[in-house]
Design a protein around this ligand. Structure first.
Ligand code: MN
Length: 249
């Protein structure tokens, strides 16, 4: 419904209350107040029924419903003879993944210098890649007793790989079922990167059937622990992995 050689501009900027506003403005005829009031009525084409432009009059109705289902809002401003601006506002989503990783690494980097040392005592850094907060909590509690171990956590495989590169932990504990890449895929990436290939990676997984364990060990995990985590087995394995890391360094 623009005019010949008219233009359309699509714009995106911050909207109200943590929303992003996307506006589409045209240089069409514009709409008077009376037509604006009927805009979101289904099958109402506001007098365009007889125009050459084909249509049914449901596009805006469907758009409004979709936007509202997504917690957004839709609106329009129009000036007769100048054009209309249709806009939607949607809730801003969290930052893209890469930015979260960069921020997390930047935040932790403030303490990276201390990672090997705490009040003069050498500290081992262990990275736990785990998306389940309950499992993380348990491992945190188990490791809290160990003053010589500092635990870092990544809640997905990609972040785990990036944190491993950034912090060079002595040992990595790796869940298998993770959002995004699996623990096995993450292990492959770690193995192929000279910066992380030497780090022993212990699988900690709920996949407990022998075939899963065989696949895991084949993939190159140092050990394969199954959940629920058994405290003694866990701590013994951790010590064995730390000892191996020490030998390699
Ligand atoms: Mn998981």
């Amino acid at each position: 419904y623009n005019r010949i050689e008219g233009s359309v501009a699509v714009e995106c900027r911050a909207g109200t209350e943590n929303r992003i506003r996307i506006s589409v403005s045209d240089t069409g005829e514009g709409l008077c107040a009376e037509k604006l009031a009927q805009l979101f009525q289904p099958f109402n084409r506001l007098g365009q029924e007889t125009s050459a432009e084909e249509g049914t009059g449901i596009g805006l109705v469907v758009t409004k419903r979709l936007v509202e289902y997504m917690g957004g809002i839709i609106g329009v401003e129009s000036t007769v003879g100048t054009g209309s601006v249709f806009w939607i506002e949607l809730l801003a989503a969290s930052m893209p993944h890469a930015q979260i990783v960069a921020d997390k690494i930047a935040a932790l980097a403030l303490t990276a210098a201390d990672l090997r040392n705490h009040e003069g005592i050498p500290v081992h850094t262990v990275l736990y890649v785990e998306d389940n907060p309950a499992n993380l909590k348990l491992v945190e509690q188990l490791i809290a007793r160990r003053r010589d171990i500092r635990l870092l956590n990544a809640d997905n495989g990609q972040m785990g790989v990036e944190m491993a590169r950034a912090f060079q932990p002595e040992v990595i504990l790796m869940d298998i079922n993770l959002p995004g890449i699996s623990g096995i895929d993450a292990l492959k990436i770690l193995r192929e990167d000279a910066a992380t290939a030497h780090i022993p990676v212990v699988a900690v997984s709920a996949n407990a059937i022998p075939r899963d364990i065989a696949i895991g060990l084949e993939a190159g995990f140092f050990r394969y622990l199954t959940k629920p985590i058994r405290v003694n087995e866990f701590l013994d394995t951790l010590d064995a992995a730390l000892k191996l890391a020490e030998k390699k360094s």
